[in-house]
Write a protein that binds this ligand. Sequence first.
Ligand SMILES: [Zn+2]
Ligand SMILES: [Zn+2]
Length: 205
Amino acid sequence: MSAALAGARGATMRRIYLAPFQGVDRMVLDVIERCVQQGLGTPTGRLGESALPPGAFVAARHQHDSATLLRLLVERAPADALKILGVTEEDLGTPVLSFVFGQAQLDGPAAVISLARLRQEFQHLPPSLDLLLTRACKEARHELGHTFGLVHCGDLACAMSLSTTVRDVDLKDVAFCPACREQLDGAKRAAGEDVPDPAKPMEQR
Ligand SMILES: [Zn+2]
Ligand SMILES: [Zn+2]
């Protein structure tokens, strides 16, 4: 690719936007944003905090419906959004799953993660900011991976490995495995993004 073309593309490079729902700590958002920037290799942006739509609350389950939040996020996405990631403190569920750590539109624009069950307090354990931040980073990358068309990975250490318990989240790594990373880069190129040549960095395993 010519330098001129790379420059032109760089100028219009789209962002992954973080869209916090009410009550999410600013420092936690800062860490998630950096984690997304580094893990997905794209510029990021941040929207202002928004209220949770009353229609998303499912009283019988004391949860918010993740699909409703995803629809709202799609509407909020700025014109230069490559993807949009909602972050909430509320517990999330779907009509068929008793809870989700997050949900994403496969190969679509929006994803959402919940911090509720990533907190040690949820299991009546002493709080750990380190654990919360690491888990949130993994889940943010995981759900955004789905928006780039990645499905669950059989490599238990890969960020795209399915987590049904917080223990599963702890067992996996924050990084994508080489196969998922390659697929992610391919999806970004297909979306017109400027992806550096696969001259792999030294931490490549
Ligand atoms: Zn998943
Ligand atoms: Zn993988």
